[in-house]
Design a protein around this ligand. Structure first.
Ligand SMILES: Nc1ncnc2c1ncn2[C@@H]1O[C@H](COP(=O)(O)OP(=O)(O)OP(=O)(O)O)[C@@H](O)[C@H]1O
Ligand SMILES: [Mg+2]
Length: 392
Protein backbone atom coordinates (compact mmCIF):
# COMPACT_ATOMS: atom_id res chain seq x y z
CA UNK A 1 0.00 0.00 0.00
CA UNK A 2 2.85 2.29 0.93
CA UNK A 3 4.76 1.48 -2.27
CA UNK A 4 1.61 2.24 -4.24
CA UNK A 5 1.35 5.65 -2.52
CA UNK A 6 4.98 6.39 -3.26
CA UNK A 7 4.41 5.59 -7.00
CA UNK A 8 1.33 7.79 -7.07
CA UNK A 9 3.23 10.78 -5.61
CA UNK A 10 6.11 10.31 -8.11
CA UNK A 11 3.61 10.22 -10.97
CA UNK A 12 1.88 13.39 -9.65
CA UNK A 13 5.25 15.19 -9.41
CA UNK A 14 6.17 14.21 -12.94
CA UNK A 15 2.84 15.46 -14.35
CA UNK A 16 3.16 18.75 -12.43
CA UNK A 17 6.71 19.27 -13.69
CA UNK A 18 5.58 18.59 -17.24
CA UNK A 19 2.67 21.07 -16.89
CA UNK A 20 5.03 23.70 -15.47
CA UNK A 21 7.53 23.21 -18.29
CA UNK A 22 4.78 23.45 -20.94
CA UNK A 23 3.27 26.52 -19.25
CA UNK A 24 6.67 28.27 -19.12
CA UNK A 25 7.34 27.48 -22.77
CA UNK A 26 3.86 28.72 -23.71
CA UNK A 27 4.34 32.00 -21.78
CA UNK A 28 7.81 32.48 -23.27
CA UNK A 29 6.45 31.91 -26.80
CA UNK A 30 3.58 34.28 -26.14
CA UNK A 31 6.04 36.92 -24.98
CA UNK A 32 8.27 36.43 -28.01
CA UNK A 33 5.26 36.56 -30.35
CA UNK A 34 3.95 39.74 -28.70
CA UNK A 35 7.38 41.42 -28.88
CA UNK A 36 7.68 40.51 -32.54
CA UNK A 37 4.16 41.87 -33.17
CA UNK A 38 5.09 45.20 -31.49
CA UNK A 39 8.29 45.39 -33.50
CA UNK A 40 6.37 44.82 -36.75
CA UNK A 41 3.80 47.48 -35.85
CA UNK A 42 6.52 50.01 -35.09
CA UNK A 43 8.25 49.27 -38.42
CA UNK A 44 5.03 49.54 -40.39
CA UNK A 45 3.90 52.81 -38.80
CA UNK A 46 7.35 54.32 -39.43
CA UNK A 47 7.15 53.39 -43.08
CA UNK A 48 3.59 54.78 -43.32
CA UNK A 49 4.57 58.12 -41.75
CA UNK A 50 7.51 58.56 -44.09
CA UNK A 51 5.20 57.89 -47.01
CA UNK A 52 2.62 60.41 -45.68
CA UNK A 53 5.29 63.10 -45.22
CA UNK A 54 6.39 62.51 -48.76
CA UNK A 55 2.86 63.02 -50.03
CA UNK A 56 2.46 66.24 -48.00
CA UNK A 57 5.74 67.61 -49.33
CA UNK A 58 4.71 66.73 -52.84
CA UNK A 59 1.39 68.51 -52.30
CA UNK A 60 3.18 71.60 -50.98
CA UNK A 61 5.63 71.72 -53.86
CA UNK A 62 2.97 71.19 -56.45
CA UNK A 63 0.89 74.02 -54.93
CA UNK A 64 3.92 76.31 -54.98
CA UNK A 65 4.56 75.78 -58.64
CA UNK A 66 0.94 75.64 -59.52
CA UNK A 67 -1.31 78.28 -58.01
CA UNK A 68 -0.94 81.08 -55.48
CA UNK A 69 -0.43 79.99 -51.91
CA UNK A 70 -1.82 82.04 -49.06
CA UNK A 71 0.91 82.91 -46.65
CA UNK A 72 0.30 83.47 -42.94
CA UNK A 73 -0.17 87.16 -43.66
CA UNK A 74 -2.79 86.54 -46.33
CA UNK A 75 -0.45 87.42 -49.19
CA UNK A 76 -0.34 85.33 -52.32
CA UNK A 77 2.90 83.92 -53.61
CA UNK A 78 3.09 83.94 -57.39
CA UNK A 79 5.51 82.18 -59.65
CA UNK A 80 7.50 84.28 -62.10
CA UNK A 81 5.78 82.33 -64.87
CA UNK A 82 2.30 83.33 -63.65
CA UNK A 83 3.22 87.02 -63.59
CA UNK A 84 4.98 86.70 -66.93
CA UNK A 85 1.75 85.45 -68.49
CA UNK A 86 -0.43 87.95 -66.53
CA UNK A 87 1.52 90.86 -68.05
CA UNK A 88 1.67 89.47 -71.60
CA UNK A 89 5.32 88.51 -71.16
CA UNK A 90 6.13 91.87 -69.54
CA UNK A 91 5.15 93.53 -72.79
CA UNK A 92 6.29 97.13 -73.40
CA UNK A 93 2.68 98.05 -74.15
CA UNK A 94 1.76 97.06 -70.59
CA UNK A 95 4.29 99.37 -68.92
CA UNK A 96 2.37 101.94 -66.84
CA UNK A 97 5.20 103.58 -64.97
CA UNK A 98 8.82 103.54 -63.90
CA UNK A 99 9.95 104.38 -60.38
CA UNK A 100 12.87 103.83 -58.06
CA UNK A 101 11.87 100.18 -57.71
CA UNK A 102 11.78 99.45 -61.42
CA UNK A 103 9.15 99.14 -64.14
CA UNK A 104 5.44 98.89 -63.34
CA UNK A 105 3.24 96.72 -65.57
CA UNK A 106 -0.50 96.34 -65.85
CA UNK A 107 -1.69 92.75 -65.81
CA UNK A 108 -4.66 90.44 -65.47
CA UNK A 109 -4.79 87.32 -63.31
CA UNK A 110 -6.44 84.11 -64.52
CA UNK A 111 -9.53 84.93 -62.43
CA UNK A 112 -9.87 88.24 -64.34
CA UNK A 113 -8.60 90.47 -61.52
CA UNK A 114 -6.61 93.47 -62.73
CA UNK A 115 -3.23 93.95 -61.11
CA UNK A 116 -0.20 96.22 -61.19
CA UNK A 117 3.12 94.36 -61.11
CA UNK A 118 6.34 96.01 -59.99
CA UNK A 119 9.39 94.24 -61.39
CA UNK A 120 12.41 95.07 -59.32
CA UNK A 121 15.53 96.24 -61.15
CA UNK A 122 18.24 93.63 -60.72
CA UNK A 123 20.87 96.08 -59.56
CA UNK A 124 21.14 97.76 -56.18
CA UNK A 125 20.97 96.59 -52.61
CA UNK A 126 18.51 99.32 -51.71
CA UNK A 127 15.94 97.71 -53.99
CA UNK A 128 16.21 94.39 -52.17
CA UNK A 129 15.69 96.06 -48.81
CA UNK A 130 12.70 97.90 -50.19
CA UNK A 131 11.28 94.64 -51.44
CA UNK A 132 11.51 92.93 -48.07
CA UNK A 133 10.19 96.01 -46.26
CA UNK A 134 7.18 96.34 -48.55
CA UNK A 135 6.27 92.70 -48.36
CA UNK A 136 6.52 92.59 -44.59
CA UNK A 137 4.71 95.83 -43.94
CA UNK A 138 2.07 96.00 -46.64
CA UNK A 139 1.02 92.44 -46.02
CA UNK A 140 0.07 93.39 -42.50
CA UNK A 141 -1.52 96.77 -43.10
CA UNK A 142 -5.18 97.16 -43.80
CA UNK A 143 -6.93 100.43 -44.53
CA UNK A 144 -9.24 101.58 -47.33
CA UNK A 145 -6.82 104.51 -47.76
CA UNK A 146 -3.74 102.40 -48.39
CA UNK A 147 -2.95 100.53 -51.61
CA UNK A 148 -3.40 96.79 -51.11
CA UNK A 149 -0.54 94.47 -51.76
CA UNK A 150 -2.04 91.29 -53.22
CA UNK A 151 1.13 89.21 -53.23
CA UNK A 152 4.64 88.84 -54.47
CA UNK A 153 7.07 86.64 -56.30
CA UNK A 154 10.65 85.96 -55.30
CA UNK A 155 12.42 83.41 -57.45
CA UNK A 156 16.20 83.51 -57.82
CA UNK A 157 16.96 86.90 -59.38
CA UNK A 158 13.39 87.98 -59.98
CA UNK A 159 11.56 89.96 -57.31
CA UNK A 160 8.09 91.25 -58.03
CA UNK A 161 5.29 92.91 -56.08
CA UNK A 162 1.65 92.52 -57.07
CA UNK A 163 -0.76 95.32 -56.19
CA UNK A 164 -4.40 96.06 -56.80
CA UNK A 165 -4.72 98.03 -60.05
CA UNK A 166 -5.67 101.70 -59.76
CA UNK A 167 -7.37 102.70 -63.01
CA UNK A 168 -6.45 106.39 -62.85
CA UNK A 169 -2.79 105.94 -61.88
CA UNK A 170 -0.78 108.47 -59.91
CA UNK A 171 -2.12 111.86 -58.78
CA UNK A 172 0.77 113.67 -60.50
CA UNK A 173 -0.45 112.43 -63.90
CA UNK A 174 -3.67 114.39 -63.35
CA UNK A 175 -2.14 117.52 -61.87
CA UNK A 176 0.39 117.88 -64.68
CA UNK A 177 -1.08 115.81 -67.52
CA UNK A 178 0.97 115.50 -70.69
CA UNK A 179 -0.52 114.58 -74.05
CA UNK A 180 2.05 113.85 -76.74
CA UNK A 181 4.75 116.30 -75.68
CA UNK A 182 2.31 119.05 -74.63
CA UNK A 183 1.15 119.79 -71.09
CA UNK A 184 -2.64 119.74 -71.03
CA UNK A 185 -5.14 121.05 -68.50
CA UNK A 186 -5.82 119.04 -65.33
CA UNK A 187 -9.04 117.02 -65.17
CA UNK A 188 -9.31 117.37 -61.37
CA UNK A 189 -11.91 119.82 -60.11
CA UNK A 190 -11.81 121.43 -56.67
CA UNK A 191 -14.18 118.96 -54.99
CA UNK A 192 -12.15 115.99 -56.23
CA UNK A 193 -8.91 117.61 -55.07
CA UNK A 194 -10.39 118.18 -51.60
CA UNK A 195 -11.52 114.57 -51.37
CA UNK A 196 -8.12 113.28 -52.52
CA UNK A 197 -6.47 115.50 -49.87
CA UNK A 198 -8.71 114.00 -47.18
CA UNK A 199 -8.28 110.38 -48.27
CA UNK A 200 -4.51 110.71 -48.52
CA UNK A 201 -4.50 112.35 -45.06
CA UNK A 202 -6.45 109.38 -43.72
CA UNK A 203 -3.89 107.00 -45.22
CA UNK A 204 -1.05 108.78 -43.41
CA UNK A 205 -3.13 109.11 -40.23
CA UNK A 206 -3.55 105.32 -40.26
CA UNK A 207 0.20 104.78 -40.57
CA UNK A 208 1.04 107.30 -37.86
CA UNK A 209 -1.70 106.80 -35.35
CA UNK A 210 -3.50 103.50 -35.80
CA UNK A 211 -0.41 101.32 -35.74
CA UNK A 212 1.98 100.63 -32.91
CA UNK A 213 4.81 101.46 -33.32
CA UNK A 214 3.90 104.08 -35.94
CA UNK A 215 5.07 103.76 -39.53
CA UNK A 216 6.79 106.71 -41.17
CA UNK A 217 6.15 106.65 -44.90
CA UNK A 218 9.31 108.61 -45.79
CA UNK A 219 8.45 109.01 -49.47
CA UNK A 220 5.03 110.62 -49.41
CA UNK A 221 4.44 112.47 -52.70
CA UNK A 222 1.83 112.91 -55.42
CA UNK A 223 3.04 109.90 -57.45
CA UNK A 224 2.53 107.76 -54.36
CA UNK A 225 -1.13 108.74 -54.17
CA UNK A 226 -2.97 106.45 -56.59
CA UNK A 227 -6.47 107.00 -57.91
CA UNK A 228 -9.10 104.37 -58.66
CA UNK A 229 -11.66 104.58 -61.45
CA UNK A 230 -13.81 106.98 -59.37
CA UNK A 231 -10.80 109.11 -58.36
CA UNK A 232 -10.75 107.82 -54.81
CA UNK A 233 -7.24 107.97 -53.41
CA UNK A 234 -4.97 105.43 -51.77
CA UNK A 235 -1.48 105.95 -50.44
CA UNK A 236 1.15 103.62 -51.93
CA UNK A 237 4.81 102.64 -51.62
CA UNK A 238 6.05 101.82 -48.21
CA UNK A 239 9.35 100.64 -49.62
CA UNK A 240 11.13 103.40 -47.79
CA UNK A 241 8.99 103.22 -44.72
CA UNK A 242 10.67 102.38 -41.43
CA UNK A 243 9.01 101.49 -38.20
CA UNK A 244 8.99 104.58 -36.02
CA UNK A 245 10.05 104.63 -32.42
CA UNK A 246 7.41 103.69 -29.88
CA UNK A 247 8.61 106.38 -27.51
CA UNK A 248 6.77 109.72 -27.67
CA UNK A 249 8.92 112.13 -29.61
CA UNK A 250 11.20 109.26 -30.58
CA UNK A 251 12.86 109.31 -33.92
CA UNK A 252 14.69 107.07 -36.33
CA UNK A 253 18.07 108.26 -37.50
CA UNK A 254 18.86 107.00 -40.95
CA UNK A 255 20.45 108.03 -44.19
CA UNK A 256 18.39 110.58 -46.03
CA UNK A 257 16.05 109.11 -48.61
CA UNK A 258 12.90 110.47 -50.21
CA UNK A 259 12.25 112.70 -53.18
CA UNK A 260 13.56 116.20 -53.84
CA UNK A 261 11.08 118.92 -52.97
CA UNK A 262 9.15 116.77 -50.50
CA UNK A 263 11.80 116.16 -47.85
CA UNK A 264 11.40 118.05 -44.55
CA UNK A 265 14.33 120.39 -43.81
CA UNK A 266 15.35 118.73 -40.52
CA UNK A 267 15.35 115.32 -42.21
CA UNK A 268 17.41 116.59 -45.16
CA UNK A 269 19.94 118.28 -42.85
CA UNK A 270 20.33 115.79 -40.03
CA UNK A 271 18.55 112.58 -41.06
CA UNK A 272 16.34 113.08 -37.99
CA UNK A 273 13.12 111.35 -38.99
CA UNK A 274 9.73 111.50 -37.26
CA UNK A 275 6.12 111.30 -38.39
CA UNK A 276 6.32 115.11 -38.68
CA UNK A 277 8.61 114.62 -41.70
CA UNK A 278 5.66 112.95 -43.45
CA UNK A 279 3.42 115.86 -42.37
CA UNK A 280 5.80 118.22 -44.18
CA UNK A 281 5.63 116.07 -47.37
CA UNK A 282 1.84 116.02 -47.04
CA UNK A 283 1.88 119.85 -46.92
CA UNK A 284 3.84 119.87 -50.19
CA UNK A 285 1.17 117.65 -51.81
CA UNK A 286 -1.53 120.08 -50.57
CA UNK A 287 0.41 122.87 -52.30
CA UNK A 288 0.49 120.82 -55.51
CA UNK A 289 -3.30 120.38 -55.27
CA UNK A 290 -3.80 124.14 -54.73
CA UNK A 291 -1.33 125.45 -57.31
CA UNK A 292 -0.97 122.67 -59.88
CA UNK A 293 2.81 123.18 -59.69
CA UNK A 294 5.55 120.60 -59.24
CA UNK A 295 7.56 120.86 -55.98
CA UNK A 296 10.80 121.83 -57.75
CA UNK A 297 10.95 123.44 -61.18
CA UNK A 298 14.14 125.37 -61.86
CA UNK A 299 12.85 126.51 -65.27
CA UNK A 300 10.51 128.92 -63.50
CA UNK A 301 11.48 132.57 -62.86
CA UNK A 302 13.82 133.32 -59.95
CA UNK A 303 12.13 132.82 -56.57
CA UNK A 304 9.46 130.49 -58.01
CA UNK A 305 11.54 127.33 -58.50
CA UNK A 306 10.91 125.79 -55.09
CA UNK A 307 7.18 125.49 -54.46
CA UNK A 308 7.30 125.80 -50.65
CA UNK A 309 9.51 128.91 -50.64
CA UNK A 310 7.40 130.59 -53.30
CA UNK A 311 3.97 129.69 -51.88
CA UNK A 312 4.50 129.95 -48.11
CA UNK A 313 4.49 133.76 -47.77
CA UNK A 314 1.28 133.93 -49.82
CA UNK A 315 -0.63 131.16 -48.06
CA UNK A 316 -1.58 133.19 -45.04
CA UNK A 317 -2.43 136.33 -46.99
CA UNK A 318 -6.11 136.18 -47.92
CA UNK A 319 -5.66 138.54 -50.85
CA UNK A 320 -2.60 136.85 -52.26
CA UNK A 321 -3.68 133.22 -51.94
CA UNK A 322 -5.90 133.48 -55.00
CA UNK A 323 -2.82 134.38 -57.04
CA UNK A 324 -1.17 131.02 -56.43
CA UNK A 325 -4.21 128.91 -57.35
CA UNK A 326 -3.98 126.45 -60.25
CA UNK A 327 -5.24 128.27 -63.38
CA UNK A 328 -6.69 124.91 -64.53
CA UNK A 329 -9.36 125.32 -61.82
CA UNK A 330 -10.59 128.44 -63.61
CA UNK A 331 -11.67 129.99 -60.34
CA UNK A 332 -14.19 127.16 -59.72
CA UNK A 333 -13.72 126.89 -55.95
CA UNK A 334 -15.03 128.36 -52.73
CA UNK A 335 -12.62 131.03 -51.44
CA UNK A 336 -13.54 130.08 -47.88
CA UNK A 337 -12.41 126.50 -48.49
CA UNK A 338 -9.26 127.59 -50.30
CA UNK A 339 -8.27 129.78 -47.34
CA UNK A 340 -8.76 126.88 -44.92
CA UNK A 341 -6.75 124.44 -47.05
CA UNK A 342 -4.01 127.05 -47.53
CA UNK A 343 -3.84 127.51 -43.73
CA UNK A 344 -3.47 123.73 -43.22
CA UNK A 345 -0.75 123.59 -45.90
CA UNK A 346 1.11 126.50 -44.23
CA UNK A 347 1.10 124.68 -40.88
CA UNK A 348 2.30 121.42 -42.44
CA UNK A 349 5.31 122.94 -44.23
CA UNK A 350 6.57 124.95 -41.26
CA UNK A 351 10.33 124.62 -40.87
CA UNK A 352 9.89 123.85 -37.15
CA UNK A 353 8.72 120.20 -37.00
CA UNK A 354 7.11 120.50 -33.54
CA UNK A 355 4.69 123.18 -34.75
CA UNK A 356 3.39 121.01 -37.58
CA UNK A 357 -0.01 119.41 -36.87
CA UNK A 358 -0.64 115.69 -36.40
CA UNK A 359 -2.28 113.93 -39.35
CA UNK A 360 -5.34 113.37 -37.13
CA UNK A 361 -5.67 117.17 -36.81
CA UNK A 362 -5.38 117.56 -40.57
CA UNK A 363 -8.11 114.94 -41.10
CA UNK A 364 -10.37 116.72 -38.58
CA UNK A 365 -9.91 120.04 -40.39
CA UNK A 366 -10.61 118.57 -43.84
CA UNK A 367 -13.65 116.41 -43.00
CA UNK A 368 -16.15 119.33 -42.92
CA UNK A 369 -14.93 120.53 -46.34
CA UNK A 370 -15.51 117.24 -48.12
CA UNK A 371 -19.05 116.35 -49.07
CA UNK A 372 -18.64 112.94 -50.62
CA UNK A 373 -16.01 110.63 -49.32
CA UNK A 374 -15.89 106.95 -48.53
CA UNK A 375 -16.52 105.92 -45.00
CA UNK A 376 -13.98 103.35 -43.87
CA UNK A 377 -15.20 99.76 -43.61
CA UNK A 378 -15.13 99.03 -39.89
CA UNK A 379 -14.08 95.79 -38.26
CA UNK A 380 -12.59 94.03 -41.28
CA UNK A 381 -8.94 94.44 -40.33
CA UNK A 382 -7.09 92.81 -37.48
CA UNK A 383 -5.23 95.34 -35.35
CA UNK A 384 -1.58 95.63 -36.31
CA UNK A 385 1.04 95.35 -33.61
CA UNK A 386 4.45 95.36 -35.21
CA UNK A 387 7.03 93.36 -33.40
CA UNK A 388 10.11 94.59 -35.17
CA UNK A 389 12.16 97.32 -33.60
CA UNK A 390 12.98 100.37 -35.71
CA UNK A 391 15.59 99.68 -38.32
CA UNK A 392 18.63 101.90 -38.31
N1 LIG B 1 -1.15 99.93 -58.37
C1 LIG B 1 -1.03 100.71 -59.41
N2 LIG B 1 -2.06 100.90 -60.26
C2 LIG B 1 -1.95 101.70 -61.33
N3 LIG B 1 -0.84 102.40 -61.64
C3 LIG B 1 0.22 102.26 -60.84
C4 LIG B 1 0.21 101.43 -59.69
N4 LIG B 1 1.40 101.50 -59.09
C5 LIG B 1 2.13 102.35 -59.82
N5 LIG B 1 1.44 102.82 -60.88
C6 LIG B 1 1.91 103.77 -61.90
O1 LIG B 1 3.30 103.64 -62.03
C7 LIG B 1 3.91 104.91 -61.78
C8 LIG B 1 5.26 104.67 -61.15
O2 LIG B 1 5.09 104.16 -59.86
P1 LIG B 1 6.33 103.88 -58.92
O3 LIG B 1 5.79 103.76 -57.54
O4 LIG B 1 7.11 102.76 -59.45
O5 LIG B 1 7.23 105.17 -59.06
P2 LIG B 1 7.08 106.57 -58.40
O6 LIG B 1 5.92 106.61 -57.47
O7 LIG B 1 7.07 107.58 -59.50
O8 LIG B 1 8.42 106.71 -57.61
P3 LIG B 1 8.88 105.86 -56.34
O9 LIG B 1 9.52 104.65 -56.90
O10 LIG B 1 9.82 106.75 -55.65
O11 LIG B 1 7.64 105.53 -55.57
C9 LIG B 1 2.92 105.65 -60.90
O12 LIG B 1 3.06 107.04 -61.02
C10 LIG B 1 1.60 105.18 -61.48
O13 LIG B 1 1.30 105.94 -62.61
MG1 LIG C 1 5.50 105.13 -56.16
Amino acid sequence: MEAENEDYKKEEHRVLTTILVFASVAIASLFVTFSYYCYLRYKLSKRFNTHKKGINNEEKTSKLVNIQVKTEKGLQIFTFKQLHSATGGFAKSNVIGHGAFGLVYRGVLQNGKKIAVKLMDQAGKQGEDEFTAEVELLGRLCSPYLLSLIGYSSESNHKLLVYEFMANGGLQEHLYPISGNKTVSSDLNWETRLRIALEAAKGLEYLHEHISPPIIHRDFKSSNILLDKNFHAKVSDFGLAKLGSEKAGGHVSTRVLGTQGYVAPEYALTGHLTTKSDVYSYGVVLLELLTGRVPVDMKRPAGEGVLVSWALPQLTDRDKVVEIMDPALEGQYSMKEVIQVAAIAAMCVQPEADYRPLMADVVQSLVPLVKLHRSSKPGSCPSFQATQSPKA
